[in-house]
Design a protein around this ligand. Structure first.
Ligand code: BGC
Length: 744
């Protein structure tokens, strides 16, 4: 929250500026006086023409934000902010509109507090679990529409850090452990957003894979492993979509902070990947002017500690060249033209609430993963059930959501909001008002459906004992700014499940988590559904799956390990006291900007993230990457692999059960031994909708890049000649088809 007193002091100045910044001021610009307004010119040409007209001060103004309480001083100009995390004034005389940025990971952040409405979608990880590019596009398009309706022209969503450390408190904001899946999916989300004429952004570049000590930690990783894992997700995303911006992360990588890391920014992102957009720092992630500028940072957020007076002095003294400065400016303007935010600025409008709920529900229906279904426990047949025990914290009123800067104010209010408590606070647990108890009652109107919060496991077990079926909703909350202490469900929920399962042989567990949890009770229950943080219509979607109106089709975007002991690192490395800013002090941001004492985290598992680790180490898992059940069954046959540039992998999928469904058919490759890679990697997939008994032949074109390794000496991707084994099936550990071809 910004300080109202501070803002009022500058009100009169602001009114003058506001008049200049009204949309009309931009509309008056004609193509004669402003030839860059000609949309037939390329975004690069248009941007270059504007750069030529700009004064040094105008250029500098575009390279930084206007402040945020707690993280930097606040500029008087911030009064024009729309209330989002970032605001950059426009240049009315040149027809350049301001940039209004909002966090928007699973919906537009802080809408309620700004008096507006935003749909809360299921968490990003649920979108990834759909493996569905259309769903990902719809996810982004909805966010883009709602950003525009609220007057924003830039998103800060697009989290695509790999689940290298599953205890990372932001796992729910990301898209799983595989770079091909995560990169491809985030590109589709960004295409959907940018089609609405808002600037997209992917983050946090790079290797910000734990929250503990994120402003100080130095991540050590070898170059090849970095390029083939976390960086590859970004590379794929930027290859597939012309994304406006990349947010560099808080942490250090191999010695330098990510936002002044020449290797990450200039060498890889801008040179090797030919990225044309701009790099903005995470909030408070800038630590220098000249060094960061030389390394490739284009824009400082949220304030102007380095990218204002200091950068200007550096330009005037030739420490930073005019060409370097202009390149930063050009990139920002180019992204504004390329995404249409200049030609088609946002108009505030009313959000389609019902339409948004429908999208949220559909994505949850496509994203909830059925992990276990013994004795065909699911789907439930309402007509045959006389009593249901619904158990679990707040399952009578709501479902949990993910916190931090991703937090969406709950449409309809916080389901457990104490009276007189109107807005959402940082790191407060928010329950969306989507009631499992109510939706289950609606599906089984003739059954006796009773509720127990589970606070006393014995009372819950007693209720379950007398019911035909027990459905337990358990949760593990996650948020930015913290990591999980462990992968165990908190609040004795493991004990609750065990006691209920002992009392009722027809127990179904619904997990509301942002990532994997351990399940000591997995053998005791009949069914397990991973619902993730399920969004505003989570309970409706879950009930549709439980009662069979929707046939589940999602697959895990990350491995669920059997125990923490099997993870590459037994614990999350915690920062020593000298690496923690003194948040009690008046200006912790000064300490952060100056750079906190580094502590080391070494990712010596390298490229072996997720299933690649468990495969290589021969460690059995609880549920593998790519795994998920359906109410029907599928068979695979007839594999043919065509060689040549990008191999074609052709096979047939048959629905062998008695109801329609959609199967995510996965293609993995084992590289020749000379490549020295983990046993296999995902190289493609196809989601195939099939009626009962139907067969379909599918071809997956495998991009040769996905079969390559990164050669550090040559600084290039390289296909190692030799035998490649392609494996096809329904999960990373169920691959019935195999064929080996030789590639050169
Ligand atoms: C987060 C970013 C977010 C930014 C602005 C930072 O703390 O790491 O993901 O976009 O704040 O709210």
């Amino acid at each position: 929250m910004r300080s109202p007193a501070l803002l009022n002091r500058f009100c009169s100045l602001s009114i003058l500026l506001l008049i200049a910044a009204l949309p009309g001021a931009f509309a008056q610009t004609s193509e004669n006086s402003h030839p860059w307004m000609n949309p037939k010119l390329s975004p690069d040409e248009r941007a270059a023409m504007v750069v030529k007209q700009m004064t040094l001060d105008e250029k500098i103004q575009l390279l930084h934000g206007t402040g945020m309480e707690g993280l930097s001083p606040i500029s008087p100009l911030a009064v024009h902010s729309n209330g989002g995390a970032g605001y950059v004034p426009g240049i009315p005389r040149l027809g350049i509109p301001p940039i209004q940025m909002s966090d928007a990971a699973y919906g537009v952040r802080a809408s309620g507090v700004n008096g507006r409405y935003a749909t809360a979608l299921p968490a990003d990880v649920a979108g990834a679990a759909s493996w569905d590019l259309n769903a990902a596009y719809d996810y982004g398009a909805l966010i883009g529409r709602e950003l525009r309706a609220q007057g924003y022209n830039m998103t800060l969503g697009g989290g695509v850090n790999l689940t290298r450390e599953p205890r990372d408190g932001r796992t729910f904001e990301y898209l799983g452990e595989d770079p091909v899946l995560a990169g491809t999916m985030v590109a589709a989300v960004m295409k959907g957003e940018q089609a609405q004429h808002v600037m997209g952004d992917i983050k946090h570049y790079a290797l910000n894979d734990q929250e503990s000590g994120r402003n100080a930690v130095n991540v050590n990783i070898d170059q090849r492993a970095a390029r083939e894992s976390d960086l590859l997700a970004f590379e794929i995303a930027l290859h597939d979509a012309d994304i406006a911006a990349v947010m560099c992360s808080y942490n250090r990588v191999n010695g330098d902070y990510a936002c002044e890391n020449k290797y990450l920014l200039n060498d890889v992102l801008k040179k090797d990947w030919n990225f044309k957009g701009f790099v903005l720092s995470d909030w408070g992630g800038t630590h220098s002017a000249a060094k960061a500028s030389h390394a490739g940072l284009d824009h400082e957020e949220p304030g102007w500690i380095f990218y204002s007076d200091e950068l200007k002095r550096d330009v005037e003294s030739d420490k930073v060249s005019h060409a370097e400065l202009d390149d930063h400016v050009q990139r920002i303007l180019r992204s504004m033209f390329a995404t249409g935010v200049v030609d088609d600025p946002p108009h505030r409008s009313v959000v389609d609430v019902i339409g948004g709920f429908a999208v949220a529900q559909k994505i949850e229906e496509q994203g909830a993963v059925l992990l276990k279904n013994d004795a065909a426990q699911l789907p439930l047949e309402a007509a045959k059930i006389h009593s249901i025990a619904v158990i679990g914290p707040h399952a009578d009123v709501g479902m949990i959501s993910g916190g931090g800067s991703a937090q969406v104010d709950p449409p309809g209010g916080n389901a457990i909001m104490p009276p007189g408590h109107g807005d959402t606070e940082w790191q407060e647990q928010i329950w969306f008002p989507t009631s499992p108890l109510r939706t289950i009652r609606a599906k089984a109107p003739y059954a006796r459906v009773q509720f127990d919060s589970g606070a006393d496991p014995d009372s819950a077990a007693a209720l379950a004992k007398n019911a035909d079926v027990a459905v337990i909703f358990v949760y593990q909350w996650e948020s930015e700014g913290m990591d999980l202490e462990s992968l165990s469900l908190p609040l004795h929920q493991d004990d609750l499940i065990s006691k209920v399962a002992a009392a009722n042989p027809h127990t179904i567990v619904v997990l509301e988590t942002g990532g994997p949890v351990t399940m000591p009770w997995a053998g005791q229950v009949n069914a397990i559904l991973e619902a993730w943080f399920a969004g505003s219509r989570g309970a409706e979607a879950v009930a549709n799956i439980l009662f069979g109106e929707v046939n589940p089709s999602a697959k895990l975007p990350m491995t669920f390990p059997r125990s923490e002991a099997d993870l590459p690192h037994p614990t999350v490395v915690q920062p020593p006291p000298e690496s923690i800013p003194h948040h009690g002090g008046p200006e912790p941001w000064k300490e952060i900007a100056a750079g906190l004492a580094p502590f080391q985290v070494t990712y010596d598992e390298g490229v072996k993230v997720g299933y690649k680790w468990y495969d290589a180490e021969n460690k059995p898992v609880l549920f593998p990457f790519g795994y998920g059940l359906s109410y029907t069954t599928y068979a695979y046959s007839g594999l043919r692999v065509g060689g040549g540039g990008d191999p074609n992998v052709t096979f047939t999928v048959t629905n062998t059960g008695n109801r329609a469904g959609a199967e995510i058919a996965e293609v993995y490759a084992a590289l020749p031994p000379a490549a020295e890679e983990p046993p296999k990697r995902l190289v493609g997939w196809s989601k195939v909708a099939l009626n009962a008994g139907e067969s379909r032949e599918v071809t997956v074109n495998v991009d040769q890049r996905f079969l390559s390794i990164f050669n550090v000496q040559k600084n290039a991707w390289e296909l190692i000649p030799g035998d490649y084994t392609f494996m096809v099936g329904g999960s990373s550990q169920d691959l019935p088809l195999k064929e080996t071809i030789s590639l050169k």
